[in-house]
Design a protein around this ligand. Structure first.
Ligand code: NZQ
Ligand code: ZN
Length: 388
């Protein structure tokens, strides 16, 4: 139900093939020392790095480079980046890359001037920001997480085998994000479809909660339908601008706080997925793909009317003469068919999960209470087994 709501989203989005034209004017609003954050090299390979460097130089910025941000960014990389930023007196962070780079930039933003251990303060204790921030701007090259327009930051502690998300407030959101769908053409298919499933999962995590009549659910059904159509086009022709731009736009709206309004939200699929990544370093979207159907099939009877609605409104399941259970299950069949058509990972084994890891993954899976069923640790392990 939509109760008392305050809505604002401070990120200024520039979207389209000429989006980069706006970087110069944006950079001029911020300080001189720019920490340029990027990943393992794709931006150099595909020319985005050169474009960004020339704009930074034109603006007279001092550039401090912090490359090598890995997918599932780690706390040790965060400590290293903080030192680099302090040494260079960074007063702005420009993230150029995917969700990992944007998330890492936001983690840096809150950590550079933090007097305590930022992992403990922000990712273990999930405290509010209590120190000076360094503002962040993003140039997005990979689609899925929504990190370009939200306060999320997910950091992995490899030794502790924990991957933890902190959803920071408005002040940590990127000041601006530049989204050119053409930049996503070079993504390997594995990353493209992982990103598509990440978007799908973000919507489901918010949709599968509550039993009221909520406008957010109608918006989400629309986003899901558009995603299903455009993903089918993009796997056949990765350079279809219409499809790639739709996917990029859906990703942003799926997780920029809008559709969560009035929703309890579930996020259990992500809790499973994060714990799996902490053990295997697997690609985020693929961890979600491996656990989603086993999880939903385990809990669907607790939220039957919503799973029936999902089947009918999203997957066009014909309902005449069928029980609610039959309709819901046919919805899962349609979802599975779509997932397979994209070439998604359908089991945890494919991600390198071994039986002996299941206790640890269970332990690292945090229990949320906003969905249709609050799971016990035993049930978490059972769902993981079914996902193998
Ligand atoms: O590192 P480089 O060389 O740039 O290569 C990356 C990386 O290997 C590559 N890539 C990115 N853009 C490319 C490209 N390759 C070719 N052409 C391009 N244009 O793609 C690989 C994956 O990048 P990554 O940033 O890791 O992917 P994604 O955007 O899926 O981010 C995943 C991270 O975001 C977190 C995940 O947990 C994971 O750590 N999430 C963040 C969220 C948020 N902020 O709200 C929510 C999500 O649920 C998620 O948890
Ligand atoms: Zn996700």
């Amino acid at each position: 139900m939509l109760g008392d709501i305050c809505y604002s989203n401070p990120t200024r989005l520039y979207f389209g093939q000429n989006a980069m034209d706006n970087l110069e004017a944006e950079l001029k609003k911020y300080g001189r020392n720019v920490l340029l954050v990027y990943g393992g090299g794709s931006i150099k390979k595909f020319g985005i790095y050169e474009t960004v460097i020339s704009i930074l130089k034109k603006c007279g910025k001092t550039i401090i480079e912090d490359g090598g941000v890995m997918p599932n960014p780690t706390v040790s990389k965060l400590y290293e980046g903080c030192q680099r930023a302090r040494d260079g007196k960074a007063d702005f962070i420009l993230a150029v890359g995917g969700g990992s780079v944007c998330d890492y930039a936001k983690a840096l933003s809150v950590s550079i001037h933090c007097k305590e251990d930022p992992w403990e303060k922000y990712f273990v204790r999930l405290e509010d920001v209590g120190n000076e921030l360094v503002p962040v701007g993003c140039v997005l090259t990979m689609v899925g997480t929504g990190s370009e327009m939200n306060g999320g930051s997910v950091i992995t502690h490899s030794e502790q085998k924990l991957k933890i998300a902190h959803t920071f407030g408005d002040n940590v959101f990127p000041k601006f994000s530049i989204l050119n769908p053409v930049y996503t053409y070079t993504l390997p298919k594995y990353q493209m479809v992982a990103g598509i499933f990440d978007i799908f999962s973000h919507i489901c995590e918010q949709y599968f909660s509550g039993t009221d009549d909520n406008t957010s659910d109608y918006i989400m059904e629309g986003l899901l339908k558009s995603l299903i159509v455009s993903s089918g086009v993009a796997v056949k022709n990765p350079e279809d601008y219409e499809a790639r731009s739709n996917i990029m736009w859906i990703a942003t709206w799926a997780l920029n706080t809008l559709v969560a309004k009035g929703k309890a939200t579930d996020w259990m699929v992500h809790m499973f997925g994060h714990s799996v990544s902490a053990y295997t370093d697997a690609t985020h979207g693929m961890t979600l793909a491996a656990v989603s159907l086993p999880y939903y099939k385990y809990i669907y009877t607790y939220g039957l009317s919503k799973f029936k609605r999902f089947a009918i409104n999203v997957w066009n399941v014909e309902s005449t003469g069928k029980t609610d259970e039959q309709i819901a299950l046919e919805g899962f069949d349609a979802m599975e068919k779509w997932m397979k058509s994209l070439g998604l990972v359908m089991s945890l084994k494919e991600l390198g999960v071994k039986e002996e890891m299941l206790d640890g993954i269970t332990e690292g899976t945090f229990i949320n209470t906003g969905g249709y069923k609050v799971l016990t640790k035993e049930e978490i392990k059972e769902i993981l087994k079914r996902s193998m």
